[in-house]
Design a binder for this molecule. Structure first.
Ligand code: NAD
Length: 277
């Protein structure tokens, strides 16, 4: 039997690194998150992606402690919600997340959405820079930032986010933002990598999966690895968590990659970052 390769890591612009595959825990209860983290760590995952707004940071913290994996080996991400972007609120919000997680620090703290109509994301970014200096988070980044939002925070502070976590799946391939990230030294992280399950039934992908003796989810997540991004699929089921982990045990041919590229249709499953929040 061929061993499944270890999950590769990507280098961040601050010297740390991030796994290319992790577990997303949106829409999980505390108990579900705890159970899913156990299954994920057994399967070899080390990256867990939560957020204050998910309401399950306490369960994630329990999952981390009950996983049997050393804290230093795990990579925990949480996020600042939109109504906490003012500087002092943002500083308090990470402390509150750490209390719920019962952790001393996280590995990555993200501004969840730019929420441009609030006019506060630059202030939030300055707060995150301070929180990193204070050691409450090892790395800092953003989520759902468009090019103009990135240019604003980098231009005003000189500090480039380590990560931009964006919606990215075969129906929304984000080529121009990925190219900008590559130029700026930002790691792209894909949320809803399976399009919240909607992309799984695409006939091109189901046929490809059948030919390769894989599942659609594995083909999609393998494509994310080819793009050089980090992906955080969500599942509460141990069997699917393992299935998603096993996306690394095969390769896609250049014809397969071209066929997946042709599926891009600008099809969001989530809100538009230019207006949301
Ligand atoms: P996803 O693309 O990961 O899809 C999840 C759905 O696919 C679930 O219904 C799950 O049961 C199903 N699924 C998972 N693996 C499967 C498999 N192998 N076979 C069949 N079905 C499978 O969608 P998501 O949860 O929206 O995104 C993943 C993570 O991204 C979230 O949990 C969260 O951590 C993060 N996220 C971040 C943002 C953001 O604004 N930053 C927004 C949405 C999600």
């Amino acid at each position: 039997m061929n061993a499944i390769p270890a999950i590769p890591v990507l280098k961040l612009n601050d010297g740390h690194s991030i796994p290319q595959l992790g577990l997303g825990v949106w829409q999980m209860s505390d108990g579900e998150a705890e159970t899913a983290i156990k299954a994920a760590t057994i399967a070899g995952y080390r990256l867990i992606d939560t957020a204050a707004i998910y309401g399950n940071e306490a369960g994630v913290g329990e999952g981390v402690r009950n996983s049997g994996v050393e804290r230093e080996e795990l990579f925990i991400t949480t996020k600042l919600w939109n109504d906490q972007q003012a500087r002092e609120s943002a500083r308090r919000a990470l402390r509150a997340s750490l209390e719920r997680l019962r952790l001393k620090s996280v590995d990555l703290y993200l501004i969840h959405w730019p929420a441009p109509s609030r006019g506060l994301f630059l202030e939030a970014w300055k707060a995150l820079i301070e929180l990193k200096q204070e050691g409450l988070t090892r790395s800092i980044g953003v989520s759902n930032f468009n090019a103009d939002h990135l240019e604003r925070i980098i231009g005003e502070t000189g500090v480039t986010p380590a990560v931009n976590q964006i919606e990215l799946h075969p129906y929304l391939q984000q080529r121009s933002l990925r190219e900008l990230h590559a130029r700026l030294g930002i790691v792209t992280q894909a949320w809803s990598p399976l399009g919240q399950g909607q992309v799984l039934r695409n006939p091109t992908l189901t046929a490809m999966a059948k030919r390769l003796n894989r599942t659609s989810a594995q083909v999609i997540l393998r494509w994310h690895q080819h793009l050089g991004v980090s992906a955080i699929p969500k599942s509460v089921r141990a069997q699917r968590i393992q299935e998603n982990r096993d996306c690394l045990g095969f390769t896609l041919g250049s014809d397969d990659l071209v066929a997946i590229e042709s599926l891009d249709r600008g099809g969001r499953v989530g809100p538009d970052p230019a207006t949301f929040g």
